[in-house]
Design a protein around this ligand. Structure first.
Ligand SMILES: O=C(O)CCC(=O)C(=O)O
Ligand SMILES: [Fe+2]
Length: 320
């Protein structure tokens, strides 16, 4: 579903389009990122078959016995690889942890790049071998889509089209499979317990795949919560704090949340799979000079992506 606030854009018109179509896509994406910070993306080239396999596998992981899942939970990895159980992640500023468990998959470096030593190995889920290959394939395909979107955004920002390429090559991106578990006894929940508390994403951009289930809402500039309705196979893409910082708030990292279902659906699960596109840790997030002027004074201190990520993981309780 397309609205002027959260438009649906055709990525095929950028990847295979004429110069004119590419420019139109860049402009439409830039305007949406300036207004709501959100778009939906169609024609992303990821097959429905692969998306279906992804969800089958994600469901499989979370139905494993608790003891098996906990074997893959490594506190020293701060939730960045493998399993994270319920009660560990709390939205910045919130008191009660989110009602979710998740599994994270990180970058695989295979071209000899020395950055490999910065990244922990992925946890190999031996109970479901397919899970490892399917999520890796999804990781690669979402990363490819993300790179095109950043090229389009570079053009919108009057930067060289390949501005982000070197920063995101072998970047610290994360694929996160989330299970919002059934709420068996809603009356026993703390009043402020939600599936995902209001938050902004940390990274450059987020690509959410198969986000058709209800629950995701975005906070509009007018202070209203707007449900996001994406067509089953479309991606939901939003700006994260790193891109907002780089552009001195020109592109908006908009607050969003996942609400609890209505009472009659409390005992059902919700699954989702966001891909948090991160740059390499040494990317300088100092706001671009072109985004700073008399009417837009510099808002943020200068930091690298690595320093910023570390600060944020502490704020949400994943890093001690
Ligand atoms: O589950 C969703 O639809 C969104 C999840 C989300 O916003 C996040 O994990 O940052
Ligand atoms: Fe988010």
């Amino acid at each position: 579903m397309s609205s002027p606030y959260i438009p649906c854009l055709d990525l095929g018109s950028y990847i295979n389009g004429t110069e004119e179509q590419k420019l139109k896509f860049s402009n439409d994406l830039g305007l949406a990122f300036t207004n709501s910070g959100f778009v939906t993306i169609t024609n992303h080239g990821i097959s429905q078959d692969l998306i279906d396999k992804l969800y089958e596998n994600i469901k499989g992981v979370f139905s494993l016995p608790t003891a098996v899942k906990q074997h893959y939970e490594k506190p020293e990895l701060a939730g960045q690889r493998g399993y994270t159980s319920a009660g560990k992640e709390t939205a910045k500023g919130a008191k009660t942890a989110d009602l979710k468990e998740f599994w994270q998959i990180g970058q695989v470096v295979s071209d000899g790049d020395v950055i490999k030593s910065e990244y922990p190995e992925n946890e190999f889920l031996k109970e479901i071998p397919d899970f490892n290959t399917v999520t890796r394939e999804i990781y690669v395909q979402l990363e490819r889509n993300g790179k095109y979107l950043l090229r389009a955004i570079a053009t919108y920002l009057n930067l060289p089209v390949d501005y982000f390429d070197k920063h995101v090559h072998n970047g610290n991106s994360i694929l996160r499979g989330i299970h919002y578990f059934p709420i068996e006894n809603p009356d026993a929940l703390p009043a402020d317990a939600v599936r995902a508390g209001a938050h902004e994403d940390i990274n450059l951009i987020t690509l959410l795949i198969g986000a058709s289930a209800d629950g995701l809402e975005v906070l509009t500039a007018q202070g209203e919560w707007l449900p996001i309705k994406a067509h089953h196979s479309d991606l939901v893409v939003n700006v994260g704090d790193m891109l907002q910082r780089l552009t001195n708030n020109k592109l908006k990292s908009t607050t969003h949340r996942v609400v609890n279902p209505p009472r009659e659906l409390m005992k059902t699960s919700r699954y989702s799979v966001p891909f948090f596109l991160h740059p390499r840790s040494d990317m300088d997030l100092t706001s671009l000079p072109s985004c700073i002027d008399e009417n837009h004074p510099k808002l943020f201190s200068d930091m690298t992506a690595g320093e910023y990520l570390d600060e944020r993981l502490r704020e949400i309780g994943l890093k001690k």
